[in-house]
Design a protein around this ligand. Structure first.
Ligand SMILES: Cc1ncc(COP(=O)(O)O)c(C=O)c1O
Length: 393
């Protein structure tokens, strides 16, 4: 007799991963693929991070379980980062080290919400929010955002939708896939609105540090009840290390600790020893941010305007969300376009369907986390190829 497999808690497929496996197959055949699909830095973390990890492996200190909230030296070092980077003090005992920010979201959803609760998220947005919520029996409430409104969703529209207010709101700034950065006043307004309406706010700050020509305040500066999720993956170039952190308000700490103990016992100890050294080279990390900014400028100024379409300015993270709806009078689908680009000119990018199940066929996400030489070469290939593709289409 067939065994039961869940049908209600199943997350939808992740197209980016399908692109990645097609890319791997082509590379195995010797193709020179340019990666505009992956949302990860192409450069390593600061050298001191790897040195600290290596040194920690030769001691017995990193062999056992970590405490559920992680090791205090790292939690204190992150508190120091908030002082240095934002000029804002956060008590180390509210800082929870997580195995990537992904587990930070799981803790937040489980600790602050019940099955049947509703959390508003932006669409287009990072697909794991929606998928994880569905798996946990939480209902995602989609807040549509539009390029001509800077891809920032409207709380007014949410309040006037005629539906009950959601139990929570989750926002990311800088955002994936649009690269849009909320200004500090807008973050303050969301914090105030959530506070006044009894709505729990989760801010995804994992692309903090990756902003071009401006700094961003943390939502912690405006709210004591916000849950802030962050990570070593992006700014610190440590995607594969799987270390992140989240800052929880006092009322959730006890539940979060029990959840962490039962979900993963504690975050990996050697990775925490490495991460402790990540904050000592802000100047080195700034070189990456300058490169991303240059890469963005290369793509924005050299790609065909009809390929980029009606795109809001990207001021952070490392993504452009191209609007291809004007191509060939609107007859081009982003899944088809991404597939043709990968197979014919070996440029990989992600169809927007991952980020927006309704409008995503009109968009492509281009990651510019690679080298500037690769951005120039990708643009050259697209410029040479697009007229032929459209003529044959
Ligand atoms: C907006 C956003 N949040 C969270 C994550 C998860 O990151 P990690 O688990 O590596 O910290 C990602 C990864 O791409 C992301 O784009």
């Amino acid at each position: 007799m067939p065994l039961k497999v869940t049908s209600t808690n199943r997350p939808s497929a992740f197209l980016a991963m399908a692109v990645l496996s097609a890319t791997r197959e082509l590379e195995a055949e010797g193709a020179d693929v340019i990666h505009l699909e992956v949302g990860q830095p192409s450069t390593p973390p600061p050298a001191a991070v790897s040195d600290a990890l290596t040194a920690s492996l030769t001691t017995t200190a990193t062999h056992g379980y970590s405490l559920a909230f992680g090791e205090m030296p790292l939690r204190k070092r992150i508190a120091g980062h908030y002082d240095e980077f934002y000029g804002h003090s956060v008590p180390a005992d509210r800082i929870v080290i997580t195995p990537g920010s992904s587990l930070g979201f799981a803790l937040a959803f489980l600790a602050a919400f019940d099955r049947g609760d509703r959390i508003a998220i932006t669409t287009p947005g990072y697909p794991a929010y929606r998928n994880l919520m569905v798996s946990l029996g939480i209902e995602p409430v989609l807040m549509p955002a539009r390029a001509d409104e800077g891809w920032v969703p409207s709380l007014k529209a949410l309040a006037e939708s005629g539906e009950p207010l959601p139990d929570g709101i989750l926002l990311a700034s800088p955002a994936n896939p649009t690269g849009v950065v909320m200004n500090d006043e807008a973050v303050r307004e969301v914090c105030d609105w959530c506070h006044q309406n009894g709505v729990r706010l989760i801010m995804d700050e994992i692309y903090h540090g990756l902003t071009f020509g401006r700094k961003t305040a943390t939502a912690l500066a405006f709210s004591d009840s916000v849950i802030v999720v962050n990570s070593f993956s992006k700014y610190f170039c440590m995607t594969g290390w799987r270390v992140g952190w989240a800052i929880f308000p006092d009322d959730l700490l006890e539940t979060v600790e029990r959840l962490a103990q039962n979900l993963y016992i504690g975050p990996p100890k050697p990775m925490q020893a490495g991460a402790l050294a990540a904050f000592d080279d802000y100047a080195g990390l700034k070189v990456n941010v300058d490169r991303y900014q240059e890469n963005r400028d290369v793509l924005v100024t050299t790609l065909p305007p009809e390929f980029l379409g009606d795109m809001a300015p990207c001021e952070g993270a490392f993504y452009l969300y191209a609007d291809i709806s004007g191509l060939s009078g609107g007859g081009v689908d982003s899944v088809e376009l991404a597939d043709a680009m990968l197979r014919q000119i070996h440029v990989a990018c992600t169809p927007g369907l991952d980020f927006d199940q309704e409008q995503g066929r009109n968009h492509l996400r281009l990651s510019f986390a690679g080298s500037t030489a690769h951005m120039k070469e990708a643009s050259r290939r697209i410029n040479d190829w697009l007229p032929k593709f459209l003529a044959d289409h």
